[in-house]
Every structure is written in C-alpha cells, then in structure tokens.
Design a protein around this ligand. Structure first.
Ligand code: SF4
Length: 334
C-alpha cells in the first residue's frame, strides 16, 4: 500500500529530502531513496510498503534477541521488505534486499495495524517486534501499529541497525519500550564497505536511546575476518562499558535529584549506623532513639521511592513485570 511518508521536506526542483534515516537522501521526482521503499511522487515522499507484511511470526522474546525485556514472553514479529543497509552477511537478505534484487518486489500480505495488534493479543504475546528487516524504513506502519499496541497494553520493540535520525527516534519514543541495536562492527571503514553506511550515527542512536529511557540491548554478529580483530572487539566492549557506567551514574543522580525526600532512606541508614557506634562505645540509651528513628526513616523513605521513582515504562505498560528488576536496584535501598 502506498501512503504519504512522515519526516520529509520539499526541496528545489521538485526534489525531496527524507529525514527518516542518517542517509538523508535527496530524492528526485520519480526516484527512490537508498532503501528503495520511499519514492518521490509529484514532489511528495511516499512509502511503498505500508502494511505489506513479508514476514510475521510469534517468537520467544529471547530470539529477537532481548534477554532482559519481559523474559520468557512471546513477541509477534513483523516486517516489510527493504533496508537502508546492504550488508553482505545479512541473514534475511531475501526480504531486506528485495527492492535491490531483480524481481524482488515490495508487496507482501496486506495487514492493517489493527490486524497485527489483534493477532498479537490472540497469540498471547506481550509485545510486538518490528524486526527481520529494518523497522526504520517501514516507519509509518511501525508507528501506527505501535500506537495501537500501546493502547491495547502491549509493549513495542525495534530490532534495528540504529541508523535512524534523532527526529525519527523522538517521534516513535512515546510508543517504543525497547530496542536491540545491531552493532555491525566498530570501524567506520567496515560500515562503509560492507553496509553502505557509517558507524557514528549508530553509536549516536545507542546513546540517544539510553538518554530517552528506551531499554537497549546491543548485538554484534561476529564475522571471522571482518569484525573479530582483538582491538576492534575491545573498543566495542569499552564503548559498552562507558555506557554502563554513565547509565548507572545518571540513574543514581536522577533518583537523588528528583526529590530531596528520596534521600530519607540514606539518612535513616546513617542514623542506624550512628546508633550502633554509640551503643558499642558508650552503651547509652540514646542509641535506641537513633535505631528507632533511623529504621522509621528508612521504611518511610523506601516507600516514598517506590511511589515516586518506579520507571515510567512500568507504569505506562501497566505492568508489574518490570517491578522485580527495579526492586533489585541498589539505588532504591539507599
Ligand atoms: S529511509 Fe533512509 S535510505 Fe530510505 S529514503 Fe529515507 S533517508 Fe533514504
């Protein structure tokens, strides 16, 4: 189905600029962008694959792969044809590269967003995965489906190469709960030669997703001789480690600065510690007051944190499933 595209600007001479992915194609009338699924028709950008489903399947969420996002649940996976990358090692090249293949075609089985959401509910899925090819290039379809899915109490996740613009990510963010970003390599040269893209926009998407509070897991398909150099893998690991440290600091600061009342459990713990020292040194009855007031402050403070600081996604999805993970975070207890 052909639909008006989102995120584009008119240019000179009937050309249009697509603002969906980091290629930012300038497309002449009658031509298509690099992905082959967005076309300039009469000076307007159209998506050619809206609702044209080429693959749909119920998968375990771990197969996406997402290991810490509703573990043990099922996800309804959907895809249309096309991709903004052309990786030589793609496992789904028959559908991802269909627009570039002779006779590849863009059409699939027509499914409205409502059909996908209904099927996910009927199959007992907890989420919908936009996957197999690149969800960025079927953005309009993913966007409409994700919005309906959210209303129906389902979560949404992208399995993506991360080559979307900041604008695209911010548009889908209200409905996007998680993403698995495929980090193909850690050298720009490999991205250029093998994928027809660049590394930095992918890293930027990973940083941006974390900053926006999307649950992110990163996958690298190790291809011997292509991206398995010791230095490259170490650089990749360092990038992830830096993200982890920053995330931990950010989460801690967010919770601490959200409301001074959230410091109460820490103060309670300090009072208990002080009471212990006083009792140990002086056997004074004053220690009992420190214990009692400290314990009361700690209980009240933890309760306040639970009310004020549960991650938004747990509330949005109306789910208790994220709660155990949150309860295990040390920042809650201090
Ligand atoms: S989605 Fe990316 S590759 Fe496709 S037309 Fe837009 S900018 Fe070009």
């Amino acid at each position: 189905m052909i639909r008006e595209a989102m995120l584009w600007s008119p240019g000179e001479g009937g050309k249009v600029e697509c603002r969906l992915c980091a290629h930012r194609c300038i497309i002449s009338p009658g031509k298509q962008g690099i992905c082959g699924v967005r076309e300039n028709r009469d000076g307007g950008l159209r998506t050619l694959v809206y609702g044209e489903v080429v693959a749909a399947h119920v998968d375990p969420i771990e197969k996406k792969p997402l290991y810490h996002f509703f573990p043990g649940s099922k996800a309804l996976s959907v895809a249309t044809a096309g991709c903004n990358f052309r990786c030589g090692f793609c496992q789904n090249w028959q559908i991802s590269q269909a627009p570039r293949r002779k006779g590849g075609g863009l059409t699939g089985e027509p499914f409205a967003p409502e059909d996908i959401v209904r099927a996910a509910l009927d199959q007992g899925c907890r989420s919908i995965s936009y996957t197999y090819t690149e969800p960025t290039i079927f953005f309009e379809y993913a966007f409409d489906t994700a919005k309906l899915a959210r209303e129906a109490g389902l979560a949404n996740n992208f399995v993506t190469n991360g080559y979307m613009t900041a604008e695209a990510l911010e548009s889908i963010r209200p409905y996007l709960d998680a993403a698995n970003v495929d980090l193909k390599a850690f050298e720009d040269e490999t991205y250029k030669k093998v994928c027809g893209a660049r590394l930095e926009p992918v890293l930027e998407t990973i940083r941006r997703m974390r900053a926006l509070g999307v649950w992110v897991e990163v996958t690298t398909l190790v291809v011997p001789g292509l991206n398995d150099g010791e230095g490259e893998l170490a650089a990749m690991a360092r990038f992830q480690r830096a993200r982890l440290i920053l995330d931990l600091v950010r989460t801690t600061l967010e919770v601490k600065t959200m409301n001074p009342l959230l410091l109460i459990p820490g103060i309670g713990m300090m009072a208990i510690a002080l009471g212990t020292v006083i009792y140990w040194k002086a056997h004074s009855k004053v220690a009992l007051s420190f214990f009692l007031w400290g314990a009361a402050a700690w209980i009240v403070g933890v309760a306040l944190k639970l009310i004020a600081a549960i991650p938004t996604s747990a509330i949005i999805t109306g789910s208790r499933e994220l709660l155990p993970r949150y309860l295990s975070e040390p920042v809650l207890w201090l």
